[in-house]
Design a protein around this ligand. Structure first.
Ligand SMILES: Cc1cc2nc3c(=O)[nH]c(=O)nc-3n(C[C@H](O)[C@H](O)[C@H](O)COP(=O)(O)OP(=O)(O)OC[C@H]3O[C@@H](n4cnc5c(N)ncnc54)[C@H](O)[C@@H]3O)c2cc1C
Length: 469
């Protein structure tokens, strides 16, 4: 261990190798509800790609596990430290290297936060539109999880915007993938393989992202419905209408009550409507002129009224901003209320009602409370699960995941597997697919040092899976 710390200190400087009491508790966990914190041997803070490369060369030589850390807002324990390993934290690599207004791309270091990038782009009339609920999240972390968020219905997710990467492999080799290119068809797409790999294939040291024009006008429309089935009918119609909404979220009545009460939000919904509403749709429309925005709002109102909407509320800007913020913070509301776990299953969007119907049966069978909201336009359902008994909860989770998969969905739409959901993935996924993923992992990281120690391709899992097949 002394040798490891000495070598790391030579690379980054002693003050950037944190050990023992220097390790702030924040470094010991992410936002995952279901996992205890773990203290690593050291937290290492590199300043540039050369230092990251040297750190990984040393780690490979000494066989020390490495967990990459962005802002640790992840919800699945993917940046929780391995107690026998080191954390590489990218907080010193926070430079926006270039905003290229001709090619409409930005080149950033992985520690740049979404908030920081948005601020820098505003003056150029551009936007990086991927918006997971936590704007302190880093671009490196977003690449790690293939982050989605509310605007995915219009713009897609992180992988739709990452055009190129600089990466460092486990032995320290530095590679570039992609570029400022609108397209490429030159061999396997290594950029896309890294996106969503949760720090298990390589560490990302530079990211080229695609930018979009920043719309000038926006409206947030809140639409109460008498049932989730009504929402499920309204969502495909809205997506297919050509309105191209930026946000299309549903919130069930319990979650709506929780977020409005916790934030003191008053949305002006009449008592009669409130009484009948069992679910709400939030639609954000963006346009480049007030007139076109008004036309779109009227089109939307006609469309949802035909599909059973109880009313249509165009929110004043302040209430709109507060509602979107409150929706983003539903995770914290669930956490404060004592949720034991969360789920972000994705199903084909037309199957949301059927999925939720079956989830309520699962919850009733196991005396669990399961409530939620979600990215309705993407079929990505966020549920908070209240069932303190670990074993019973495991059954609830497995049944929820199995239900989603049977409907053509998958375990995670955007949070990733991390440490928390990996056991379910092993239990439910096709072993042939897991085997292939493990072989990809081996090709990138032959000694299995990258990642939390639980996950696709960690040494133990590779052996376990090979044995079981
Ligand atoms: C209130 C709240 C709301 C949220 N809403 C959403 C949402 O709507 N949509 C959504 O997608 N997510 C959401 N999240 C989850 C979270 O913000 C995302 O997962 C985000 O991408 C994590 O970024 P981070 O910088 O915090 O990464 P971390 O949590 O630090 O790391 C995430 C993963 O990326 C890896 N990683 C980090 N940096 C690098 C690097 N340089 N190279 C290689 N791997 C790296 C880590 O090892 C880990 O596997 C929410 C979280 C909270 C707390």
């Amino acid at each position: 261990m002394t040798k490891l710390l000495d070598l790391l200190s030579e690379v980054v400087g002693t003050q950037y190798v944190l050990t023992g009491g220097e390790i702030n508790p924040d470094y010991t966990h992410d936002e995952c509800l279901d996992l205890d914190p773990q203290v690593p041997i050291a937290v290492v803070l590199p300043a540039d790609t050369t230092e990251v490369s040297d750190i990984l060369r040393i780690a490979a030589e000494l066989q020390v596990p490495v967990v990459a850390r962005g802002s640790a807002t992840g919800l699945s324990g993917a940046s929780r430290p391995n107690p026998n390993g080191i954390v590489v934290s990218f907080e010193r690599m926070q430079k926006i290297l270039e905003i290229d207004t001709d090619n409409h791309v930005a080149v950033v270091q992985p520690g740049v936060s979404l908030e920081q990038l948005d601020f820098a782009l505003a003056g150029h009339g551009l936007v990086y539109p991927v918006s997971p609920g936590q704007l302190s999240a880093s671009l490196g972390g977003n690449v790690g999880t293939n982050a989605g968020g509310m605007r995915a219905v219009r713009y897609g997710v992180t992988r739709n915007h990452v055009l190129g990467l600089e990466i460092v492999l486990a032995g320290g080799q530095v590679l570039r993938t992609g570029g400022k290119l609108a397209k490429t068809s030159t061999g396997y797409d290594l950029t896309q393989l890294i996106v969503g790999s949760e720090g298990t294939l390589a560490l990302v040291t530079e990211i080229i992202v695609r930018l979009q024009p920043r719309p000038s006008d926006a409206a947030t429309v809140l639409i109460p419905f008498p049932s989730l089935e009504h929402i499920t009918a309204a969502v495909p119609a809205t997506v297919g209408s050509g309105l191209n909404p930026t946000i299309l979220e549903y919130i069930d009545v319990v979650s709506m009550a929780a977020i409005t009460t916790s934030s003191g939000l008053e949305l002006g919904i009449s008592p009669e409507v409130k009484e009948k509403a069992l679910a709400y749709l939030i639609v954000v429309i963006e346009q480049n002129s007030p007139e076109r925005l008004q036309q779109d709002i009227e089109h939307l109102a006609d469309l949802v009224e035909d599909r059973g909407a109880l009313d249509v509320y165009v929110l004043p800007p302040k209430a709109a901003e507060e509602l979107i913020t409150a929706r983003e913070n539903t995770f914290y509301v669930a956490k404060a209320l004592g949720a034991d776990d969360i789920v972000d299953v994705v199903v084909p969007r037309a199957n949301i009602a059927s999925f939720l119907h079956q989830v309520s049966k699962v919850a009733a069978e196991h005396s669990a409370i399961v409530v939620g909201c979600g990215h309705a336009g993407d079929g990505n359902v966020h549920l908070a699960v209240f069932q303190p008994d670990h074993e019973v909860r495991h059954k609830v989770m497995i049944d929820i995941f199995r239900t989603g998969m049977t409907l053509g969905g998958s375990i995670s739409g955007e949070h990733g597997l991390g440490t928390a959901k990996y056991e379910y993935f092993l239990e439910l996924e096709d072993p042939a697919k897991i085997g292939l993923m493990n072989r990809i992992k081996l090709a990138f990281d032959p000694s299995g040092i990258l990642g939390t120690g639980v996950g696709v391709g960690t040494a133990g899992q590779i052996e376990g899976k090979e044995d079981s097949r």
